[in-house]
Design a protein. Structure first.
Length: 458
């Protein structure tokens, strides 16, 4: 009966025209993200002139992610101040211009130099800002009761679009390398990504109704304030968003759990990158290097699709907190049972299962935030959410630089990751059950009718 309900919700969702346009711009822009990521990864981590060890990989991620982590909450305030459809369109146009610059720098000097690092950082920063804006806009185009299904469809399809864009980028890279020479392949892929961002901007331009995507109350100042006053206002807004999250305990617990999980995921990512760069060798269908890493991403994509299929029904059956707890506990088992062999086939299985875990958790957390956070601070909360993703990932990369060998193979680190996932499951499971427990007596004592059938999970 629950699966029938999910199918019915999907049918309703397909008839929402504004959701369709928001969904389309996500798909186009994230496909462009995939192509850009192939271009940057090939230039920075897998080019012959770059030697990659744990410290170099950690430094690369820190340069690309940490600066945005400092400005992300400030960008969130803008998401809550200005019409979001205009912000989304402008973000795509700005990204296209920046990536054109990245393409020129790749053509001139490869993935080296301060100018290249600055442009790559800017492109990634705008991208994260854009995704936060999409998440904050979603509750304006779907009903509250459809949010979980909408998140399942949107985030999973976006991931698959990124994967498809990456595969197309690899194909274009090979084609342009054969026709124009290897020195132009990464620049060509980046230029194609810029074209994708312009197309996404064109899709967003179809939102013609002012204020359709929120925020509900626009607070555009009548005149530009001084820089100090503007920065002070932003800081106050960020703190207000943080206080709001802390006052919504389901949201606070969910953010803490996914941030801890992201830390462990970052440590696994650095290890996997090093394994495919410095440890694995070609073995039949299983490839090392960038192509082998692409196989890992594809396997993870299969897990993401499965999670999108299962999560709506699972959360209806046991609630979002219990589902998040189950997923993290499963991740601990996967790390030990599938990770320890340190073979490419086993790692692909692990990628599939952990992709399932990560996407199931993300869908549940996204929906929890959208349900419990007020629209007036939603942009700030999602920008802060994204910042947590970056900070914890870079912190994991920094730890990996200290504890991982150049090959990426470490049984001790793998065991620590497994213990970490088990710890998240335990702590979050206990905290979320304590949050729900006080509600139960009130519901049991309630008279018949709607109050008696109220959901027991946040």
């Amino acid at each position: 009966m629950r699966s029938t309900s999910v199918r019915a919700e999907l049918r309703v969702l397909r008839r929402e025209p504004h959701f369709g346009r928001l969904y389309a711009t996500r798909l186009v822009s994230q496909a462009a993200d995939g192509a850009l990521q192939v271009s940057l990864a090939s230039a920075v981590f897998f080019s012959p002139e770059h030697s990659t060890d744990a410290r170099a990989a950690a430094a690369g991620f820190a340069v690309l992610l940490l600066p945005y982590s400092l400005v992300g909450p400030f960008a969130g305030v803008l998401i809550d101040r200005w019409p979001r459809q205009r912000m989304l369109m402008a973000a795509n146009v700005v990204r296209a211009a920046i990536v054109c610059g990245v393409s020129g720098l790749l053509l001139a000097a490869g993935g080296t130099g301060i100018a290249f690092s600055v442009c790559a950082l800017a492109a990634i920063s705008v991208n994260r800002f854009y995704l936060a804006g999409l998440a904050a806009s979603l509750p304006h185009v779907v009903r509250r009761d459809l949010l979980l299904v909408a998140n399942s469809v949107s985030t999973t399809s976006g991931y698959l679009a990124t994967l498809l864009g990456g595969l197309l980028g690899l194909g274009l890279q090979a084609l342009s390398g054969a026709v124009l020479g290897t020195g132009t392949s990464n620049a060509t892929v980046a230029l194609a990504a810029a074209g994708g961002y312009l197309l996404a901007a064109r899709v967003v331009a179809g939102f013609t109704e002012p204020g359709l995507l929120g925020p509900d109350v626009l607070t555009v100042p009548d005149a530009p304030a001084s820089l100090r006053a503007a920065l002070g206002e932003v800081v106050v807004g960020v703190l207000a968003g943080a206080r709001h999250v802390l006052s919504r305990r389901p949201a606070a617990y969910a953010l803490a759990a996914i941030a801890a999980g992201r830390f462990l995921y970052g440590l696994s990512t650095i290890a996997t990158l090093l394994l495919y760069r410095n440890y694995f060798t070609e073995s039949g269908l299983f490839r090392a290097g960038l192509v082998g890493l692409g196989q890992v991403v594809i396997a993870g994509g299969v897990g993401v699709v499965l999670a999108a299929t299962v999560t709506p029904s699972a959360t209806q059956a046991i609630g979002k907190p219990a589902w998040i707890t189950t997923l993290f506990a499963s991740a601990a088992l996967v790390e030990v049972a599938v990770g320890l062999p340190y073979t490419m086939p086993a790692l692909l299985v692990a990628a599939l299962l952990l992709g399932f875990v990560a996407q199931g958790v993300k869908i549940s957390v996204d929906t929890t935030l959208q349900e419990t956070v007020d629209d007036s601070v939603r942009g700030r909360v999602f920008a802060f959410y994204d910042t947590l993703f970056n900070v914890t990932f870079v912190a994991a990369a920094a730890l990996g630089a200290v504890v991982l060998p150049a090959t990426g193979k470490s049984v001790a680190v793998l065991g620590a990751i497994a213990v970490g996932y088990a710890g998240i499951a335990l702590v979050y499971g206990v905290a979320s059950r304590r949050l729900v427990a006080p509600i139960i007596p009130a519901v049991l004592d309630a008279p018949g009718g709607e109050a008696a059938t109220a959901p027991l999970t946040p």
